[in-house]
Design a protein around this ligand. Sequence first.
Ligand code: DAH
Length: 334
Amino acid sequence: MSFLDQIEPLKHAALAEFSAAADLAALEQAKVAFLGGNGKFTALLKQMGSLSKEEKPAAGKLINVAKAELEAKLAERRGELELKAALPKDPTDFTLPGRRRPLGKLHPLTQTVEDIVRAFRKIGFAVADGPEIEDEYHCFDALNTPADHPARDSQDTFYLATDKRPLLRTHTSSVQIRVMKSQQPPIRIVIPGRVFRRDNADATHNPTFHQIEGLYVDKGVTIGDLKGTVEFVFKELMGSDTKIRFRPHYFSYTEPSLEIDFQNALVKKMGKEWLEIAGCGMVHPQVFENVGYDPEVWSGWAFGFGVERIAMLRGGINDIRLFYENDARFLRQF
Ligand code: DAH
């Protein structure tokens, strides 16, 4: 075979091997086999010396063109193989669902409200709701709270305007009035909700917090029912070692009025004997009059307690402000 006739087949053989190289090492081997000191293409170059003067220029040109083509192919294939080496070994299946998607969870206050409501549902209570923006009638007057009562002072209550005196409810007791005005007894409800007071924020106070109100109205309801109910719910919530104590107190909408203290291992751990947890009492006859119930026929009791305080106890939380800061490191723990 003439010299010139050997160039093309050899070039094609080299191109085919470069293309077939599966990785960079194989490509390097193929390069050495053709273009290395002892390579086949180099051997062809060495034969140039034996050519005649007339043959040399054309052969040189052809060989240079072929060599440039081989170098270009080498660079291209090297680029492909480098990219392949940088990709992950196992193929990625983009149709696989995420294995541990963080779904988020309920806020500890929401969890506490849900637990309390669940306990009351077990004994036949339904959930009621009412507005956070209230008026003086539902928040105070109908609850028998006189106009000169300190709770009505603008030092303690957020008033929204001076004319019709809308306000941010200071307790969920306002919803008692709304429910009783809209339906007849028997009534057995709990009312979870947000309330507002002009407190400065410190470790145990915040200008907004949450309460759960309860109201039970029927014929022949007694204070014994109240005690039994409160005891059942707190044992469900805080464990069977929970003890309840009732102390006389004053609320304008109940008579008699009581404060509920409770005790369990958690309270003792805090170095306390009893912790005040709720207010309650038998619904005042005047309140029944105000909503149009006959106090000679109906009797009932009501209570209200703070959700934050219970959530703090259950979670060993010592600063109420943590609930409102939305720090995920805090929230993730519950
Ligand atoms: N409203 C009271 C408070 O915010 C709690 C309370 C006491 C609610 C006695 C009641 C009740 O329904 O009967 O401190």
